[in-house]
Write a protein that binds this ligand. Structure first.
Ligand code: PEP
Ligand code: MG
Length: 591
């Protein structure tokens, strides 16, 4: 008879709902990540190894205790004994026999490494305390969290940064992932990810699209429900995560996946055809990229040009800042590869949810309203003009345009333009060639820019509407907060009016207008944007064939009619159901 493994347990079967962040279906194995330091904490140990794990735990407790005592001592000296008292609560957590015993017995029973078990037990304690009715006990949650993190970091010690290996078909599950965490998952073994928090236009979601992996964010405490090693189906199209699904469900999803592949293959036949309506109205259809390696993918998906190159990823996941030469070579390479089609390089857009450790940008209460993008660049002309020099130098090697993010009005645009002019003067003096006529555009993503775009249009060559930010600022809805995701409505009449006005103002001033926010790639919005007269759609490469298909299935006259009717409706829900019915009439609902 087969010996029953003491550690085996019945895996829970459950379905979680979240926000569909990146399309696709993935079937694989859960890998739980500690998003704090991006470490994998799961490891089996042998029977003989158990004593070593317990000893490591005891060492970590002793070390943590002396750290806390040292802090307490310092605070008492510098700020007075009463301030140091709060650390008594921390010391009590360290001595909590129930917690310690539970950790030790679980390690013995399950033969798992101490850090994994400790984290699971800690999370349970945090949940219990956070849900207590007694305010005093509830407030102890923060103490438990603090001490827990300290113990964990002592437990991990030197192993901290070395555990980034993923085996095939890994589905990463984390409380949260920063855009730079996600960018570093650039490995074919990670096929999907699921997070507890986040919104559909967070940069983490955008990177998942760039990597072409399915993702669900804001998925109801995924980390509490999913265990390391669980089998998962992630449906990034509808935002569902199936934990340990039945064999039948896996088979059904495999079939669905095959069908999807077949359909995408037929769409890819449109690759070399223009994005043109039935009555011959053509628009530009380009792609957004975050990494230069995406160029082959965007070509394969039939994009003609790059409507947004998010250059900040070039600055991430490295210890130093990129030099001018490095930037020049990268921009030149992408421009040469995409030639004769255009590439729009966006100047550095740091802040919000994208940070660089090497710049030590201080933590802010409202980072999306804070020191980000053009505001940061104007304050750091050294970093800004280095990037401008690199872009200008690369401009002779391809069809390069550039644009500024987060412009809030004409004054800010003029400040950016002044630094650009100064940079050009320097290059001319040194006889460094650059394209004197390089087009310069403005991203319209701040409401004040949207309502003054008649003025902005006189001083730039094009607009690109950044709906990810424009919607969050217009509707006062944090784009990365899953709790208010239901309010994030691209079809809100307020948003539609903004877009209509921006397009009209641009056209009245004789300049073209594109859109590079996620709205440009979601097929529900294509007919309306087309009918409003948008000149360029720029989206993740994976969305390009879908948007092209819709544009090619409708006449411009019909799209204009649909847009005009959509603008006459009063609520998001009315607009949405009207568009659904229009799409159904042309069979586009099947997409
Ligand atoms: C936007 O805000 O719509 C945009 C394209 O910029 P990002 O998503 O990088 O903020
Ligand atoms: Mg933006």
């Amino acid at each position: 008879m087969e010996r029953k493994d003491r550690t085996s347990r019945k895996r829970t079967r459950k379905v979680l709902s979240g926000i569909p962040a990146a399309p696709g279906i993935a079937i694989g194995t859960a890998v739980l990540l500690d998003s704090e330091d991006f470490d994998i904490l799961y490891r089996k140990v042998t029977k003989e190894g158990i004593a070593r794990e317990i000893a490591r735990f005891e060492d970590a407790l002793i070390k943590t205790r002396s750290e806390i005592l040292a802090i307490q001592d310092r605070i008492a000296r510098e700020m007075g004994a009463e301030h140091a008292e709060i650390f008594n609560a921390h010391l009590l957590v360290l001595e909590d026999r129930m917690l310690i015993e539970e950790v030790i017995t679980t390690v013995e029973r399950e033969q798992l490494c101490i850090e994994y078990v400790f984290r699971k037990v800690l999370e349970k304690y945090i949940r219990v305390f956070a849900n207590m009715n007694d305010e005093y006990l509830k407030e102890r949650t923060a103490d438990i969290e603090d001490v827990g993190k300290r113990i964990l970091s002592n437990l991990l010690g030197k192993e901290k940064k070395t555990l980034k290996k993923f085996s095939e078909n890994s589905i990463v599950v984390a409380y949260d992932l920063s855009p730079s965490d996600t960018a570093s998952m650039h490995t074919k073994n990670v096929i999907s990810f699921v997070t507890d928090i986040g919104g559909r236009t967070s940069h983490t979601a955008i990177i998942a699209k760039a990597l072409e992996i399915a993702a669900v964010v804001g998925a109801e405490s995924a980390t509490a429900n999913i265990s390391h090693g669980d089998t998962l189906i992630v449906d990034g199209d509808i935002g569902k995560v199936y934990i340990n699904p039945s064999k039948q469900a896996i088979e059904d999803y495999k079939k669905k996946l095959q069908k999807k592949h077949r359909f995408e293959k037929t769409l890819l036949k449109l690759r070399d055809l223009p994005a043109e309506t039935l009555d011959g109205h053509a628009v530009e259809l380009s792609a957004n990229i975050e990494f230069p390696e995406e160029v082959p993918s965007l070509k394969a998906h039939g994009a003609r040009g790059i409507g947004l190159y998010r250059t900040e990823y070039f600055y991430m996941n490295r210890k130093d800042l990129p030099t001018e030469e490095e930037q020049f070579l990268a921009y030149r390479k992408v421009a040469e590869e995409i030639k004769p089609f255009p590439i729009i390089i966006r100047t550095l857009d740091l802040g919000g949810d994208k940070f660089l450790s090497q710049l030590e940008i201080p933590k802010e209460m409202n980072p999306f309203l804070g020191w980000r993008a053009i505001r940061f660049c104007l304050a750091r002309p050294d970093i800004f003009s280095m990037q401008l020099r690199a872009i200008l130098r690369a401009s002779v090697y391809g069809n390069i345009k550039m644009m500024f993010p987060m412009i809030s009005g004409v004054h800010e645009l003029r400040q950016g333009m002044a630094i650009l002019r100064k940079t050009k003067v320097e290059l001319r003096k040194k006889k460094v060639p650059f394209n004197e006529d390089m087009e310069v555009g403005v991203m319209i993503e701040v409401p004040s820019a949207a309502v003054t775009c008649d003025l902005l249009a006189k001083e730039c060559n094009f607009f690109s509407i950044g709906t990810n930010d424009l919607i969050q600022y217009a509707l006062a809805v944090d784009r990365v907060n899953e709790k208010v995701a239901y309010l994030y409505e691209p079809f809100h009449p307020g948003v539609l009016r903004f877009i209509r006005n921006i397009i009209e103002a641009a056209h009245n001033a004789g300049i073209w207008v594109g859109m590079c926010g996620e709205m440009a790639g979601e097929i529900l919005y294509t007919l309306v944007l087309l009918g409003l007269g948008l000149d360029e759609f720029s989206t993740s490469p994976v969305n390009v064939p879908y948007v092209k298909h819709i544009i090619r299935c409708v006449s411009y006259a019909k799209a204009k009619e649909i847009a005009a009717h959509a603008l006459s409706l009063s609520t998001t829900q009315e607009v949405e159901s009207y568009i659904h019915s229009e799409m159904k009439k042309t069979g586009l609902d099947l997409l």
